[in-house]
Structure formats: structure tokens, C-alpha cells
Design a protein around this ligand. Structure first.
Ligand code: ADP
Ligand code: AMP
Length: 214
């Protein structure tokens, strides 16, 4: 079963996708994580993507569609986290999966208001070594600014600064939110109240996935 995790930046998609993929065997594809890794390694993709990411804009569709084609695994359920973000990306993903006799089964919309999104994004801290994600208030590391898992110093993503966060939310409203109707019109949209605790959201998600089977 392939799932799209849809919703604004900071709604908790990555947090839930990591846990669900570990516990239920999905492949977790986060295009944001892949791009950040490409930027830090200085690959050709990373060089092309850096300015867009830093300014809160979307990386162009042709680059993103080529990337997803490259990383799509054979024969395993995938959680697409942060992809698609535009209608052309969603169309391309449908065609790509169709070619493999697969489909997106559900798009799960993580619903949260802007005030809480800003609080979640500006308080987010990330481990640059292992990718673990924390929040200074809602999911603090045991030792100040140090990753519980690997001991590295945590960082704040450049695009989690307040000026860029506001731009990212505008970009989401304009370019990504039309995907809500896109999946709704195909009867594939599930709305999730993302404004609850990490555990409460996860329990809800797990119940849904287990009832659906995969
Ligand atoms: P996204 O992948 O949608 O951008 P993240 O999963 O990275 O969002 O979460 C954004 C921030 O909010 C992180 O700092 C994370 O620890 C925190 N967070 C995630 N889910 C919740 C929640 N249900 N309640 C409070 N904070 C959360
Ligand atoms: P994320 O980690 O999902 O918040 O993504 C961080 C940044 O990566 C975004 O602000 C975009 O610049 C870029 N990005 C990630 N996924 C996509 C996508 N599907 N399409 C275009 N840009 C993307």
C-alpha cells in the first residue's frame, strides 16, 4: 500500500512517517531529506536545489520528477513524505506508479493551523548526522542540543528561521494545497487532526493503516 503524507511544513509528517515505516515496513521517501543530503554532499542536484530550499521556494518539477523516478523502489509499500507538492508532480507520480501496476491508495492530510505550524518549525532541531528530529518544547533531547541517538550537536535548519517559514507556508497554500482537492476528487483523501500529541496522532494513524492492511 502506497501512501502520500500531505500537509504544510511542520505538521508532523516526517515524525510520523519515520515511526510508521519502522514499525510497519514501509519505505519512507522524504524528498526534503534527499535534497538536504544532496546539498550537503555538493552533488549536481544539490547545487541546483540549494537556492530554492534556502529561500523557501519549491525545487522545479522536472528535477523532482526525475528524482522520484530514480528512488522509487520495486514492490514495497512507500510513504511519500513531501512529494508530490504540485499537481504536475502528482500526475507524474500517478503515471509512474501506473507503469508498475501500482497506485497511491490514500493521501493523508495532516491538518494544523498556521500559528502552531510556526511554533513547530521554529522550535525544530535536527541531527545533521543521523537525521533524528526534535522539538525544543514538544520533543526535547535528553541533553541540551545533543542528539539522544548518536551524540552529535543538533542544528536548526536554515529554512526553519521565521522569515523563511512564512514564505514556505505561502508556497504551501498556493502550490501544494490544490492537491487536497486533487486526491479528494479521487476519493483518496483522509483528514487527520495533526494538532494532537505525537503519540495520539500516531495511534490514530496506526489504527487506520492496520484496518486498511498493506
Ligand atoms: P514535517 O515533516 O511535516 O515538516 P516534522 O515531523 O519535522 O514536520 O515536525 C515538525 C516539528 O514539530 C518537529 O520539531 C517535531 O519534533 C514537532 N512535532 C511533530 N509532531 C508533533 C506533535 N504532534 N506535537 C508537537 N510537536 C510535534
Ligand atoms: P521539507 O523537508 O519537506 O520541508 O522540504 C524542504 C525543502 O525542500 C522545500 O522547502 C523545497 O524547497 C524542497 N522540496 C522538498 N520536496 C519537494 C518537492 N516535492 N517539490 C519541490 N521542492 C521540494
Amino acid at each position: 500500500m502506497n501512501l502520500v503524507f500531505l500537509g504544510p511544513p511542520g505538521a508532523g509528517k516526517g515524525t510520523q512517517a519515520k515511526r510508521l515505516s519502522q514499525e510497519r515496513g514501509f519505505v519512507h521517501i522524504s524528498t526534503g531529506d534527499i535534497l538536504r543530503d544532496a546539498v550537503s554532499r555538493g552533488t549536481p542536484l544539490g547545487k541546483k536545489a540549494k537556492e530554492y530550499i534556502d529561500s523557501g521556494e519549491l525545487v522545479p518539477d522536472d528535477l523532482m520528477i526525475a528524482l522520484i523516478e530514480e528512488v522509487l523502489p520495486e514492490g514495497r509499500g512507500v510513504i511519500f513524505d513531501g512529494f508530490p507538492r504540485t499537481i504536475p508532480q502528482a500526475d507524474a507520480l500517478d503515471r509512474l506508479l501506473e507503469g508498475k501496476r501500482q497506485e497511491i491508495r490514500w493521501a493523508i492530510l495532516f491538518d494544523l493551523d498556521d500559528e502552531e505550524l510556526i511554533e513547530r518549525l521554529t522550535g525544530r532541531r535536527t541531527c545533521p548526522s543521523c537525521g533524528e528530529v526534535y522539538h525544543m518544547t514538544f520533543k526535547p533531547p535528553k541533553k541540551d542540543e545533543i542528539c539522544d541517538k548518536c551524540g552529535s550537536a543538533l542544528i536548526q535548519r536554515d529554512d526553519d528561521r521565521e522569515e523563511v517559514v512564512k514564505r514556505r507556508l505561502e508556497v504551501y497554500r498556493r502550490q501544494t494545497s490544490p492537491l487536497i482537492d486533487y486526491y479528494d476528487s479521487k476519493n483518496k483523501l483522509i483528514r487527520l487532526d495533526a494538532g494532537r500529541s505525537i503519540d495520539e496522532v500516531y495511534t490514530d494513524l496506526l489504527r487506520f493503516v492496520d484496518e486498511e492492511g498493506h
